[in-house]
Design a protein around this ligand. Structure first.
Ligand code: AMP
Length: 281
């Protein structure tokens, strides 16, 4: 695996690859890799000739300073994992390489960033859009792989690609879970043992909602989830929203949309976890 911290070197290296007319896949990450990330790499490996991964803890997408400071980092372990997953090239820029000047670029997402993650993490998606657009300009991939655990992020990235006319195919990939159902996340390792055990309730609540769609009104199911989290002293529910999968607009009855997803964000202590489940589509 070739590793570079430099934009110019990465561009030059990948130009030679591109000139060979072979397909380039890209998997952007913030490191502290787990099986969720590796599943994106495996998917990329299966369907492309050359696989590029990036590791960059993007400061401008963190709206909370301590979240950025505490974000897990273990680059040596990540490199070992990437090598065994068959990654061909790792782009691992520094902050000054990515942002030599203060960032002023702003994006318009319509409703997509007014709800859920966008509502509770002001500026988050603008920071995501800035970094992903820059990374796409550097790597110029044919296909880029993103996890559906971050469902709203996938919608935002599709919008950026469309609005900026970036010639890349976005491939959404299914969420990889721990054996007990908890969605894999780099932040899981920050949970206390007790909170880690309790965090299984997130996926349990979502699957319970999915199982009961036909039996209760939407308001009844939302109330049940709020009640459920009320009983967990360690957990603080930030939002539980049932929305249209394309517009991300909250719906108020089951007949309002044919494509419906439930999305949730929960704090265990200072650790914020998100997850989602498609209710029907
Ligand atoms: P991150 O390093 O958290 O920015 O994530 C990098 C990519 O991995 C994003 O596209 C995430 O959606 C994806 N990802 C993170 N966790 C999972 C998971 N449990 N299953 C599948 N993809 C994931």
């Amino acid at each position: 695996m070739h590793i570079s911290q430099k934009i110019s070197e990465t561009k030059a290296f990948l130009k030679i690859i591109r000139d060979k007319k072979i397909s380039i896949a890209f998997v952007p990450t913030m490191g502290a890799l787990h099986r969720g990330h590796l599943s994106l790499l495996e998917e990329a490996r299966r369907n492309n000739d050359f696989v590029v991964c990036s590791i960059f803890v993007n400061p401008i997408q963190f709206n909370n300073k301590s979240d950025l400071e505490n974000y897990p980092r273990d680059v040596q372990r990540d490199i070992r994992l990437l090598e065994s997953a068959g990654c061909d090239f790792l782009f691992q820029p520094t902050e000054s390489e990515m942002y030599p000047e203060p960032v002023t670029e702003t994006f318009e997402f319509g409703n997509l960033d007014k709800v859920m993650e966008g509502k509770f993490r002001p500026g988050h998606f603008n920071g995501v859009a800035v970094v992903v657009k820059r990374l796409f300009e550097i790597v110029k991939p044919d296909r880029a792989y993103f996890g559906l655990k971050d469902f709203q992020q996938v919608a935002i990235i599709k919008r950026v690609v469309k609005d900026c006319e970036i010639p890349v195919e976005i491939i959404p990939c299914r969420t990889v879970r721990e054996e007990d159902g908890l969605a894999m996340s780099s932040r899981n390792q920050l949970l206390t043992q007790e909170d880690r055990k309790q965090a299984v309730i997130i996926h349990e609540a979502l699957t319970r909602v999915k199982d009961q769609v036909g039996s209760f009104t939407l308001e009844e199911l939302k109330a049940q989830v709020l009640d459920l989290f009320g009983n967990f002293r360690n957990a603080k529910l930030e939002y539980f929203d049932i929305v249209d999968m394309y517009t991300l607009e909250p719906i108020s009855s089951w007949t309002e949309s044919k494509h419906v997803i439930a999305c949730i964000a929960v704090y265990f202590g200072k650790v914020r976890l998100i997850d989602n489940i498609i209710l029907f589509s």
